[in-house]
Ligand binder design. Structure first.
Ligand SMILES: [Zn+2]
Length: 206
């Protein structure tokens, strides 16, 4: 996503939440596009399928896909983990090696965002690298720093051709759940984290 000339909606909620401690589910399954599983980032099967379907649909046209992750975050044993309950996307300006929201259509972004249930916060974004693997590019790191700079924020990268999915979060210490990264994009500031597939029934805050 680049800085456009025209004003655009704020896309990250300013709302700050108290971090609630909650035990992650015992039963966490592996997604078949990932190598391992864990509870750093929890997706329902439905959310995972919608992400991969969107990335495949765009990938079939030789284009990158992108969308936003809506959910919540919790702490457990000095780790903060992120739960994705829903996703949405907008009009995209996409090529085979880049993607951003097309802010010529802000109403589409606002409409899609409002469709997603009101008690969820934006916990990150997903996008695809069709055929060139799952990593954070320099541009991705700049996007992450500019828009998603809290330790609960997630970047999910999908390669729909190679059928791979990876998630990245800030590499921060266990006591730094609210800390900000040092200035300047750095690959070292981010670590790949485990994705788990779970039933979502008891992953709500209340
Ligand atoms: Zn990328």
């Amino acid at each position: 996503m680049n800085e456009g000339q025209r004003p655009k909606p704020r896309i990250v909620s300013e709302r700050r939440r108290k971090v609630v401690s909650k035990r992650p589910p015992d039963k966490v399954e592996r997604h078949e596009w990932t190598t391992g599983s864990g509870w750093d980032v929890l997706l329902s099967r439905d959310v995972a399928d919608r992400i991969t379907a969107h990335c495949q649909e765009m990938g079939n046209k030789g284009l990158e896909a992108m969308g936003f992750l809506m959910g919540d975050y919790f702490s457990w044993r000095n780790n903060v983990y992120t739960v994705v309950h829903d996703i949405f996307t907008a009009e995209l300006d996409s090529t085979d090696v880049s993607v951003k929201v097309d802010w010529s259509y802000p109403e589409e972004y606002i409409k899609q965002r409002e469709r997603v249930s009101g008690d969820l916060i934006m916990v990150g974004w997903y996008h695809s690298h069709p055929g060139y693997s799952t990593f954070l590019s320099e541009t991705d790191i700049r996007t992450q720093r500019a828009m998603f700079n809290s330790p609960f924020h997630v970047a999910i990268v999908v390669d729909p051709i190679e059928r791979k999915m990876a998630a990245f979060k800030l590499a921060v210490g266990p006591d730094d759940v609210r800390s900000k990264p040092e200035p300047g994009p750095s690959k070292d500031a981010y670590k790949e984290v485990a994705i788990g597939i779970v039933g979502m029934g008891r992953m709500r805050r209340t």
